[in-house]
Design a protein around this ligand. Structure first.
Ligand SMILES: [Zn+2]
Length: 68
């Protein structure tokens, strides 16, 4: 199990904060009726990066910052 899977497993069934920087998708994920639906929203919109979940905008910000 990789780090992303471990994190996903850890959060599944519990509360999602959505994007760790801007909380995007938080409501959508927590309102999802099934784990499948939840996972689909996560797969489509959040990326596990450097130990946290980020939306596409924040992922681009973080990467841009890292590249200086
Ligand atoms: Zn974000």
């Amino acid at each position: 199990m990789d780090e992303r899977e471990a994190s996903l497993e850890n959060y599944m069934g519990g509360w999602w904060d959505g994007c760790s920087q801007c909380s995007a998708w938080c409501d959508e994920i927590n309102d999802a009726e099934t784990d499948e639906k939840k996972q689909q929203i996560i797969d489509e919109n959040l990326t596990h990066y450097a130990g946290v979940w980020l939306c596409e905008d924040c992922l681009n910000d973080v990467k841009a910052r890292e590249e200086g």
